[in-house]
Every structure is written in structure tokens, then in C-alpha cells.
Design a protein. Sequence first.
Length: 468
Amino acid sequence: MRLAGLADVSSRSPIEQIRRLFAGSDVARQRRETVFLFLLRGAGAAFAFFTQIAIARWAGADAFGIYAVAWTWIIVLGTLAQGGFGISMTRFIARYGERGREWRVWQTIGFAAFFVSGSSLCAALVGGLIVYFRGEGPISYRDVAFLIAMAAVPLYAFSELGKGVLRGLGDNAMAYAPGYLLRPALLFVLVALGAWGIGGTWGAGGTADVVALDPVFILTATFISLAVVALWQWVRIVRRKRQKLPTGAGPVRWHARHWLAVSLPMVMVDGHYLLVSYMDLLVLDLFVPAEDVARYFAAVKIIALVWFVPFAVSGIGARVLAKSFERRKGAEFEEAVRRFAHWSFWPTLGFAVLLSLFGEWALLAFGPGFDEGIWVLRLLALGLVVQAACGPVKFLMTMTSEQNASAVILIATAIANIGLNFTLIPLWGLEGAALATVVTQALACGLMVVQAKRKLGVWSFVGSFSRR
């Protein structure tokens, strides 16, 4: 029988095998969604990559370095201001949706929007006051750029919350397309206009090679692009509410204590990601010139081209794992974890090898001297492979009520990351920052894999196999 089945499979044409791979079952639908997000994130990463190249070319290393640090602060403060709701909304919506409590879904969304609006405005105000009062003498163009960055923090926070809400509603296209395609596209258009004389300063000869874009203009363009994305997402969410929420639904009752108890520990998931991804840039800003920060940032942007693989898998995996866990089907849950780990690892490994071999050419696209960051690129690629080998383990913990155990691990490794950056950067500069990132990533993922095995009974690792 098995031989007959094998013969039947081998007799099918390649097109037929591909059609069967993506047709019919829930697994096939998950494959389609993963491939879609894979392509969407890949296209977005490529477009963002070329946008960053354009900014580096038109602004120069110094202005590009200032923009890199300001953009990092937007991401850090905007993500923390969500209070973990950017992640927890996927879990809440999946849980309430499975139980048919549609009205509770929208009450949770309303509370999350209220919370994020207050926290992000506070973060922006405090950050703006620090920027304004920290210097002596007249305010500099760097300070103005950072003030604009602080004003953009609430926009980024609402955009990320909107992404989590739309992902939970199953609207993956609208969850990711505005942030990963529309925002970089709009930023590129605005920066290009600046380079052609609206916001840029042309040197003698009038060629693009001597354009000097002001970082204030670049951050203003960033502010506009974030505003458009946030508006687009929330208009979509409001329309979904009008379509889905039944008339005369349940009472307006906010279970704030429960929602905060679940969401706030997830801040450490966001916080750990931020520290591992951006603490190196923030500490580098204290020890090295803006030009060196720009070289490091260029390597980070190239790595983002590979990150779209585990990103796509985790984007689908979070919702699937949450729903599978709620159904209490152990075999289905274990198989999903194993499957997503393999989907994440092998493509990431292939792309990382290519970047390690040909990364210098990619770095030179940002301008002369950027190829000095080749070892930074190789180290960051190694860290990404380690993360991909563990599959969506961070989402696995937070989607299965293990967010507190996850928070303990992430707090410990976040503290370690801070110490490693302040120790290794003065010793080895850019390479020290990359090494601190890789060590932290490996430590966090390893501990969470072990914890997932202890608490949930499954190995979230590429080397694991199903027991069936």
C-alpha cells in the first residue's frame, strides 16, 4: 500500500504536486498565508532597503547616522508605549472569537486604543522635554530632528497596535502591507522630492552625488509616512467593527485588570526584542561617531532582508498556535510547533549564507566605506540563524499563558544585553556591539526552548521531531 502511494505521488506532475500542497486543508491555508507574508515581508524589506540606501546616498553618513538613532528611539518608545497590547490582541481576539464573544473582541480593542493613546503621548512628552532641556545654548538641527521623532512616537505605537488587531482578526494583508510597503514607499517619495531640491541642498555641479539632505527633513518625511499608515489601519479596523459587531451586543464593560495582567508581561517580549535589536545602536551613539553608527545601521538594514523569513512564519504561527492551544489538542499543537520551526530555519539559513559570502557588495551600495561593516553583518546573520532555529518560540510562550515565565527569561537576558554592550563596544567597537547581540539572542532563545519543553511538553527547535 505504501509503495502504491509512493508511485501515485511520483506519477503526478510538478504542477499538480504544488497545487495539492496549497489546496484544501487548514495546513494548506497556513502555507498560503505564510507564503503570502513571506513575499509581502520580502518585498517590504527590499523596498525599505533601497529607501535606506537612497537616504544614505543623498544625506551622507553623518546625517544618516543621526536619522538612524532618531528612528531607533521612535521604535523603542513607540513599542514600549503599547504596554504589550500589540502582541496580546492577537491572543485575546483568537480566544474571544473561538468562544463566539464578538462584542468582547471590540471592547478589548477599545480599551487597548485608550491605553496606548495615553501611554504613547506621555512617552512623547517626556522624551521631548529631555531633548529640549538636555543641551546648553541654542537648539541644534540634531535636537529639532529628535523633537520631530518624539512627536512621531504615538503614531508608531498606534500603527503597531493596529497591526496586532488586524492580525488577530485574520486580516494579514492589511496588518502588514501598510507598514511594510506603504510606509517605505511614501518615505522614499518624500525623500526623493527633497533630493531634487525641495528639502535638499544641491552642491556645485547639481548632481545627486553631492545632495545633502537635512536630517530634519528626513524625520519630517518619516512623521508623515507613519501618520498615513496609522490612519489607513484604523479606518480599516473601524469598518470591520461596523460589519462584525452585532446590534445590541453585550454590555460595555472593560476587564482592565485582566487585560493589563496579560498584556504588561508581554512588554518584556517587546522590550527584549528592542534591547537586542537596538540597544547596540543606542550605546554605539555614546562611543562612536555618527558615521560609524551609520555603517552599523546599514548592516542592520541588510539583515532585515533575511528577517522576513522567520517574521512571516511567526506572523501566521502566533494565531495558529493560540487557536490550537485553546482547542486543547496536544498532537495538533505539537505538530504545528514542529512545522513552524522547520519553515523558519531552512530558508533563513540559506539567505544568511549568501549574505555572509556577498555582503560586502550590499554594504557598498550605501556608499564608500560602508563595507567596513562586513563582520558586523556576518555576526548579525549568525544571530538570526540561531533565532530561526528556535521557531516562533517567543510567540509560543505568550500565546499559551506562559507570558510570566517568558518575562523572567527576557528580563534576565535584557539585563545581560545591556552589560554586554557597555563591555564589548568600548573594546571592539562595531563588532563588539554585534557580538553582544548574538550572545543575547542565543541565550534568550535557548532558555525559552527549554522552558517551553518543561511547561508545554514540546520542543520548539528545528532538530525536534514529532512523536507520531
